[in-house]
Design a protein around this ligand. Structure first.
Ligand code: NDP
Length: 256
């Protein structure tokens, strides 16, 4: 098979959490363009439906499940919906995530808890639901969205919960990869740097951008499209010998 054919996802089915906007939307569309049918799980029905429509316009099937990744029943039901409609789940991108900024000494406990719940527990509960249907098939590709914040401490903003949650996702990825390799399931993560999403245009984020740019060797923010290639690679058979890895895509931020 030619190398480009090995990147194709024709006949595959996928789930993308938090796929209604931002990075999740971009990765869902990338999988669809590569040939996969893609289901979206998100809290926001309107945006999720819009992305599902975009996937159908690419010529692929799509489904929407409105649910919360911190609730195991929702994760299980999203996967069950895919199995009922499509018969199998080949690829899952656990992308839903949130952040907040507080100084560590004054971090409100409930704000800390929220970030850890969505970013770390949510990824685990989704991966657990996905693996339960992948194990009998002896194959599957799970891709967790971590962050460069799992490797470095961002500045000047203080975000200990986010940084700790993303470091957790990277090691969770390794742990699941080790456990599930015997079932043919590959588990890898992607660590984006600063990516241009609508959040970047909001106050107070906008005023940080000049500071951040000084710390990025490539001198620009990442675009969502900068993440699409690696997602297709990790979802495809081209990456079959990779598991437990974290791929940093940050314009070089973490090398300084
Ligand atoms: P967005 O906030 O733009 O999108 C996240 C999506 O996930 C939203 O649709 C949101 O719904 C949904 N979501 C949030 N919480 C839950 C939940 N509990 N259950 C189900 N869906 C949920 O995020 P980004 O696209 O910016 O980020 C996506 C991922 O990439 C996150 O994990 C983030 O940490 C990571 N990342 C982002 C970077 C960036 O620069 N943007 C850099 C590095 C990593 P709703 O809007 O209704 O809350």
């Amino acid at each position: 098979m030619s190398i480009l054919d090995r990147f194709k996802l024709d006949g595959k089915t996928a789930l993308v959490t938090g796929g209604g906007q931002g990075i999740g939307r971009g990765l869902a569309l990338a999988l669809a363009q590569a040939g996969a049918d893609v289901a979206i799980m998100d809290l926001n029905e309107e945006t999720a439906n819009k992305v599902a429509q975009e996937i159908k316009e690419i010529g692929r099937r799509s489904l929407v499940y409105i649910g919360d990744v911190t609730v195991s029943k929702d994760c299980n039901n999203a996967v069950e919906m895919i199995i009922n409609k499509w018969g199998k789940l080949d690829i899952a991108i656990n992308n839903a995530g949130i952040g907040n900024w507080f100084d560590a000494e004054n971090y409100p406990e409930e704000e800390w808890q929220k970030v850890i719940e969505v970013n770390l527990k949510g990824v685990f509960l989704c991966a657990q639901a996905e693996a339960r249907v992948m194990i009998p098939k002896k194959c599957g590709k799970i891709i967790n969205i971590a962050s460069m914040s799992g490797h470095i401490v961002n500045k000047p903003q203080n975000q200990t919960a986010y940084n700790a949650s993303k470091a957790g996702v990277i090691h969770l990825t390794r742990s699941l990869a080790a456990e599930w390799a015997k079932y043919g399931i590959r588990v890898n993560s992607i660590s984006p740097g600063y990516i241009r999403t609508p959040l970047i245009d909001s106050e107070p984020v906008k005023k940080m951008v000049p500071e951040w740019l000084k710390m990025i060797p490539l001198g620009r923010l990442g675009e969502i499209s900068d993440l699409q290639g690696i997602a297709v690679y990790l979802a495809s058979e081209a990456s079959d010998y990779m598991t437990g890895a974290d791929i940093i895509i940050d314009g070089g931020y973490t090398v300084w």
